[in-house]
Ligand binder design. Structure first.
Ligand code: HEC
Length: 151
């Protein structure tokens, strides 16, 4: 079950796998309000300029493991489509940002500037169909990652 396996890694549960069933139960409950009422949920905000900068960073720093088209491979999981939707759909973007900053790149967590992290995350959000806007994404930005998986 690579999906579950990777999800557990995504939340750092490789350190405390014994808690996985409890944790996954909490995720299921926490994820429900977002998917049940996606109309009222505020989307994360970011700009096209952030996406452009983030694409360059992604291709330079992250694509080696996640592939240039975000489909993943031997070195890292996908960051797109159904995989991303099931991993991060319904989560606050601030939580996603913290995860990426604290865990990625795998070879140097926290090694980018906060600006670079919000840019690369903007690129991932854009890739997954969340529309760009006028308000830049910042580390503590509000908004819920509300996405519909593409087939
Ligand atoms: C050396 C390989 C490597 C590099 C470089 C790397 N990653 Fe990862 N990434 C992984 C692996 C392996 C996992 C799964 C294990 C984990 O979550 O700790 C992962 C997991 C993730 C996840 C969670 C995926 C999910 O939903 O399960 C995200 C998001 C992510 N990486 C983003 C990035 C970003 C953004 C960069 C560039 C700044 C990056 N990664 C660079 C290997 C890498």
């Amino acid at each position: 079950m690579p999906l579950i396996w990777f999800s557990m890694f995504a939340f750092g549960l490789h350190k405390i796998t014994a808690l996985a069933p409890v944790f996954l139960g909490v995720v299921a409950v926490a994820g429900m309000p977002a998917s049940a009422s996606s109309q009222q949920v505020p989307l994360p905000q970011y700009t096209v300029a952030q996406v452009d900068a983030g694409e360059e960073i992604f291709q330079r720093v992250c694509a080696f493991c996640h592939e240039s088209d975000l489909t993943g491979g031997d070195q890292g999981p996908p960051l797109s489509d159904a995989y991303f939707a099931s991993s991060w759909g319904g989560y606050p973007v601030a939580e996603f940002l913290s995860f990426v900053r604290d865990e990625m790149p795998l070879t140097g967590p926290g090694s980018l500037s906060d600006d670079a992290y919000v840019e690369v995350v903007s690129y991932i959000l854009s890739f997954n169909g969340i529309p760009a806007g006028e308000i830049p994404l910042t580390m503590g930005s509000p908004g819920i990652i509300t996405i519909v998986a593409k087939d």
